[in-house]
Design a binder for this molecule. Structure first.
Ligand SMILES: Nc1nc2c(c(=O)[nH]1)N[C@@H](CN(C=O)c1ccc(C(=O)N[C@@H](CCC(=O)O)C(=O)O)cc1)CN2
Length: 312
């Protein structure tokens, strides 16, 4: 990745997640072709959306498009908001038993009447390409190989490509969700970082953040992290995406980090948009290929020319 700064970032290097994700998708496309030639199997991804949340509709549409672009099959299930938990579980059972489907993802958030834990945990661990079920989450927590949640995996890929070996670095994760914060903290711990996690009840989150060489922010509170939260030279990964109105009556996307005041202090920083976001779907495609490989007992990697910048 080329060194990139801009007037707004002053000294900080901008981490270009969009470019990284493009390369990752191309690498995945090549590996899907090689996998198909070897096994005559096309990886298939089923995506389930319940309800009409506009942002979720965009994400699942993009998931289907990108699945096709890398040569995989996409199976979309768009269900009404009123879908019961029982009928969603029935659909997941069917998808678990379908040999053409290697990965299953239920888009989050789900409507309030459906328990997300029960749903993600009903997905067969070998098809759980979100890595949110108890088996994959448990494997991550004890340092065993498994399927890793897409956004934390994308953050880790960016960090390793920027910083190389992470061992011994102080990392602070702000936000402790099952989707991002908790798996991110475990991944960093498994990489040898000294990890702190800040959450809603943390007394002095700014001080915790300021101790970090690597600061990951995933709270959904736009502009939370100010200049005095960041150690000079730190690598800042902004996972937040919030759509806010602008003066001209339009909207724009912003992150959890107050970019204009943090970028001059940070050593490296991800922008929003174009940072972590694009990595999420690129990693979903990697996880789907991994699940397809597991289904035929193919360890992949070497013969498919897997690049050394892919840690998983
Ligand atoms: N089951 C899951 N649900 C959700 C996940 C997930 O990993 N699994 N993550 C998020 C939403 N998400 C994918 O589902 C997602 C978020 C953001 C992006 C992205 O590319 N963002 C762009 C901006 C896109 C835009 O213009 O709106 C960026 O940041 O540059 C992709 C996917 C919650 N739900």
């Amino acid at each position: 990745m080329s060194e990139q700064t801009s007037p707004e970032t002053a000294g900080a290097k901008l981490i270009d997640g969009k470019a990284f994700a493009r390369n990752l998708r191309e690498q995945t496309r090549l590996e899907v072709t090689a996998f198909h030639e070897k096994h005559a199997v096309t990886p298939g991804l089923a995506v389930v959306l319940v309800g009409n949340d506009p942002a979720s509709e965009v994400y699942v549409r993009n998931k289907a498009l990108e699945t096709h672009h890398v040569g995989m099959r996409s199976f979309m299930h768009m269900l009404p908001e009123t879908t019961s938990e029982a009928s969603l579980l029935k659909l997941i059972d069917r998808l678990n038993d379908d040999p053409e489907i290697h990965g299953i993802l239920v888009q989050l958030p789900l409507p309030k009447h459906i328990d997300p834990h029960r749903i993600t945990n009903a997905i067969s661990p070998n098809k759980d390409v979100d890595g949110l079920g108890e088996v994959n989450a448990g494997r991550l927590s004890v340092g065993l190989p498994g399927i890793i949640p897409c956004t934390p995996l994308g953050c880790l890929m960016l960090l390793k490509s920027e910083l190389g070996d992470l061992r011994g670095l102080n990392a602070t994760v702000i936000g402790a969700s099952n989707l991002v914060g908790k798996p991110m903290a475990l991944l960093l711990l498994n990489e040898g970082c000294t990890v702190s996690v800040g959450h809603i009840d943390t007394k002095e989150p700014a001080a915790l953040a300021r101790s970090a060489d690597i600061l990951i922010v995933a709270t959904g509170k736009n502009g939370l992290v100010k200049h005095d939260w960041v150690k000079p030279g730190a690598t800042v990964i902004d996972v937040g995406i919030t759509r806010v109105p602008t003066a001209n009556g339009k909207t724009k996307l912003v992150g959890d980090v107050a970019f204009a005041e943090v970028a001059p202090i940070a050593g490296r920083i991800t922008p929003v948009p174009g940072g972590v976001g694009p990595m999420t779907i690129a990693c979903l495609l990697r996880n789907t290929l991994k699940a397809a490989r597991m289904s035929v007992g193919d360890k992949g990697c070497k013969e498919s020319g897997q690049k050394n910048w892919l840690p998983y």
